[in-house]
Design a protein. Structure first.
Length: 194
């Protein structure tokens, strides 16, 4: 449309001049006619080379909805017992008090006799939630297999241990001093021997 206006105006001007020149003489009219033909040809070329507006139907493509990852935080139950110990040795004291709290009726009161029925040494690994990750025997009282079973049962019954808040996980060793009556003391809280 724009190109047609640009070239239409000069063509109209040429046509007007042609009318005036035709009246002036035939020779002059031929050159004017040639000019008109050239002007029309230029207009036609311009019209051909002008960019055409073409409407093309673009298919609608549905974009998939974005995938949203939902992170669900697993809520860990808060530990009921906690230890604020900063070293395994401090935690050992808290754990020993915890075991005593569960077994008050089984704790030997006073000093132990010089000869004990059994001595067991156990290494504990306690997770951040107070659950026992593992316990390994460093020294089993092999002469008293029932004591081994009783110590393991006592450990499992005392779970969960105080959660080691500052340590995360903690590993410590405890010595079990077993009297022939079935009562015991832990080396951490022992009252000693006679």
């Amino acid at each position: 449309m724009l190109f047609a206006r640009i070239f239409l105006h000069p063509a109209q001007t040429i046509v007007r001049s042609l009318r005036t020149e035709v009246s002036q003489g035939p020779l002059r009219a031929i050159s004017t006619r040639l000019q008109i033909i050239m002007a029309v040809g230029v207009c036609m070329l311009a019209a051909c080379s002008a960019p055409k507006q073409v409407s093309v139907a673009v298919p609608m493509v549905e974009t998939p909805a974005p995938v949203v990852a939902v992170v669900v935080e697993e809520k860990k139950p808060l530990p009921t017992r906690v230890s604020f110990a900063r070293t395994p040795k401090e935690y050992r004291l808290d754990a020993a008090k915890h075991i005593y709290g569960f077994n008050q009726h089984r704790i030997h009161q006073g000093k132990l006799p010089p000869l004990l029925y059994a001595i067991g040494v156990v290494t504990f690994e306690v997770r951040e939630d107070g659950k026992i990750q593992s316990f390994d025997w460093m020294r089993q009282p092999k002469q008293a297999p029932e004591v081994i079973q009783e110590i393991e049962r006592t450990i499992k019954a005392a779970e969960p241990f105080p959660a080691p808040v500052h340590l995360g996980r903690v590993r410590y060793t405890e010595t079990w001093l077993w009297h022939k009556s079935g009562k015991f003391q832990l080396d951490t809280l022992t009252e000693g021997q006679i």
